[in-house]
Design a protein around this ligand. Structure first.
Ligand SMILES: [Zn+2]
Length: 159
């Protein structure tokens, strides 16, 4: 059975309803993290960044579906990742957030504490315990969520 045609709810606020609206509606893509990506690593001595291209894999046995228009993850998949221990990072925009693998928040907070005590930010980030965060990050847009899903999402927040 084919899914019903739908359009991303984030089109409307930007007046894009009549602009480049694709035939057949927007889609949930299932291959967001299966291409190649450019990564940067720290070389000896500290500040030189090395660039390399490597296959992109999602750091879990499955990957969330993503809206073809705005890049927001499917709400059911966001809630499933949270149930598996993924962590919500709220943003300054109340309708947007990010999802990170288990352990990410603690790792970042440790680096921030070291920066607060004067450590060079590049060193603090390089020395933190490695948590394989996806690139691009998993984005959460509230506009894709039903009221019941939003309630469940807010229960899973760890701020
Ligand atoms: Zn969308």
């Amino acid at each position: 059975m084919a899914d019903e045609e739908w359009y991303c709810p984030r089109r409307a606020p930007y007046g894009m309803d009549q602009w480049r609206k694709p035939e057949g509606g927007d889609q949930w893509s299932e291959n967001r993290w299966t291409g190649l990506r450019v990564t940067y690593s720290r070389s000896e001595g500290g500040v030189t960044l090395e660039q390399r291209v490597e296959p992109q894999r999602f750091p879990a046995s499955w990957q969330p579906r993503v809206c073809s228009f705005c890049g927001g993850a499917h709400p059911e998949d966001v809630l499933r990742l949270i149930a598996e221990g993924w962590e919500v990072e709220p943003s300054l925009k109340g309708y947007k957030g990010y999802l990170h693998p288990p352990g990410y928040t603690q790792s970042m907070q440790g680096a921030m504490r070291k920066m607060g005590r004067g450590m060079d930010p590049i060193r603090a980030l390089a020395e933190r315990p490695s948590v394989s965060d996806p690139t691009p990050p998993v984005k959460i847009y509230a506009q894709h969520f039903s009221p019941a899903q939003l309630e469940e999402l807010n229960r899973g927040r760890c701020d």
